[in-house]
Design a protein around this ligand. Sequence first.
Ligand code: PHE
Length: 454
Amino acid sequence: MEQKKILEGENQRDQFNSRLGFVLATAGSAIGLGNIWRFPYIVGENGGGAFLFVYMGILILMGVSLLLVEFVIGRNGGTNAIDSYVKINPKAKWVGWLGFITAFVFLSYYSVVGGWTLFYTLSSLTGTVIKVAPADMGAFFGNFISSPIAPLIFHFIFMGLTMGIILGGISGGIEKYSKILMPALFVMMIALVIRAVTLDGAMEGIKWYLTPDFSKITSGTIVSAMGQVFFTLSVGMSGMVTYASYLSKEEKLPVIGTQVAFADTLIAIISGFIIFPVLFASGVAPAQGVGLVFITLPMVFSQMPLGGVFSFLFFALLSVAALTSAISILEMPVTTLIEKKKMTRKKATFLVGCITYVMGIAVSLGFGAWSGFNLFGMDIFGVFDYFGSNISLPLGTLGAALTIGWMWNKNDALKELTNDGAYSIGIAKIWFYVVRYLIPITIIMVFLLNIGIL
Ligand code: PHE
């Protein structure tokens, strides 16, 4: 710790110590509430298999390429996201700043929901949750999130844990904890999916999940699918730019990008195999919004042998996933403040942590005391989520792709991607054209669809 401080003071940047450490940290950022909490309810709201189809299409066409865009910008820069953009082209500076603002928005509500997961983990441990009668589960959740104090305490604890890890820096914080938390996440996930698919009636859920009904695909489906792809891969907010800026020049970016996208997709798909069988086995409809995993799953757990154990496993899984993503959101503005405003890591962490905690209070009260708030039919959480996922991430992603495709020179971009031509350049060229044409055109089209012009 002491030594690291001295290093930072001398402007020697910390680094990920190992490739595995970076892959786990990056996968940890990608795999989060987005995969286990958001993905299933978005699938539920958008008609199951049909949504999955569109989602996979966007993911395959753009997913890995987008991760590589942020990796290339970050590693080339070797500094905070804003300066990494400036290094390529000063005109691209706004993309970094947009990410900086978006980080505050995301972290504030992420930490509130992270707090809910901690509360449910604890209440599973004490047995409180599964003692609630299934019919009262909705009220149990509603009472908790709308109460003025309890959710704020858990929001506080979640933010504190996130800050605690970030205070340790890259290798001593993010890398160290990702190496412990991510393997734990995989183990819990396997235990849960085995339980879920062996339930009576599980098949119904799997069928609904996998059978596409194309009549359900509307422009709204495509917008949601794209927002979900960006959200789940953590692209568009420069979080990945920040992580990659701490990566050594020897690592092969395309390999890492593919591994991370694969792991992230696998976990999202597996979450569906946990949640939909469980829902259908208990005869509950899948479209339930933000409460889906907090109401319906505990209902089922409460009816199951060893339900308390599975409930604990599930919410501990969700908490871990949330924590490893929250740290990547916090690290982005922290690195920026350390390097641009010459703050110490401690000061930057406390500053961002406190501001986002206060913003989170508004989000949390939006479910209770301030539930009267309404903007275009959305509550405070809805506004934050919509701004973050459906506006800011696509815009940030567009900016990142344009930076590489149009504001840099092709050779420099390819050199960074291939470690100075150390390996195959063929695929790298395809990547460049995807970034230059396909990604911007798709984002702009979806945006026009969204506002009703197409
Ligand atoms: N990818 C994270 C998730 O799926 C959320 C996230 C978005 C994290 C943007 C960092 C940046 O939950």
